[in-house]
Design a binder for this molecule. Structure first.
Ligand code: COA
Length: 168
């Protein structure tokens, strides 16, 4: 019998390539057909290994979920960027590789992200999700998020609605 260890930890410089690959696979899977092709391609090209290496060495907290030595997903978090919302913490991104979705890892990673925000002293947290990302919307609703606000993002001329989910 093989036993897989699941570990959630801060990203290290050696994780940069695996996070770049995770980001690429997950975003392609989540956003193809939602974001205009050119905008999505540009985002994927920008977030290469060097970009993630700078991010890991920078001030944003990055957690990875490591399943038996493979980076299955990542999350980024920090202070809330939307001044109009009172929540102090924000989950900027939470993405799993497609083949690791639907087996409870997102839930574990999200719980750890919220614990980290709490331990950093943030009162309340927010996550923005594109309304067309139905899986993301259902996930955050399922995690008890209250949809509090709406906004828009413009990608290459296409305007998409986004929803802010909040936790106390
Ligand atoms: C959204 C995401 C982080 C969820 O992680 P996951 O590991 O797939 O989800 P889990 O297996 O932990 O499931 C947690 C709950 O969400 C529900 N859920 C997960 N994916 C779902 C989907 N595609 N449709 C409906 N419900 C879903 C599960 O049924 C589960 O509910 P339960 O707690 O009642 O059993 C992951 O699927 C992902 O990375 N998706 C693509 C990127 C994305 O949309 N990120 C969020 C962008 S803001």
């Amino acid at each position: 019998m093989t036993t897989l260890t699941i570990d959630i930890r801060h990203a290290e410089p050696d994780d940069a390539l695996a996070i770049a690959e995770t980001h690429r696979a997950s975003w392609q899977h989540a956003y193809a057909g939602i974001l205009p092709h050119r905008a999505l391609r540009a985002m994927l090209e920008r977030r290469n290994k060097a970009w993630w290496l700078r991010a890991i060495r920078g001030s944003t907290s990055i957690l990875v979920i490591d399943v038996g030595g493979t980076i299955a997903g990542y999350a980024t978090l920090g202070l809330n960027r939307a001044r109009s919302l009172p929540q102090e913490g924000e989950v900027y991104e939470l993405y799993l590789r497609p083949e690791y979705q639907g087996v409870g890892l997102g839930k574990r990673l999200f719980a750890e992200v919220r614990r980290l925000l709490d331990s950093l002293g943030c009162r309340g947290s927010v996550v923005w999700c594109l309304e067309d990302n139905l899986a993301g919307m259902q996930f955050y609703q399922g995690q008890g998020g209250r949809d509090l606000a709406e906004g828009v993002e413009v990608f290459d001329g296409r305007t998409l609605k986004k929803v802010a989910f909040v936790w106390p």
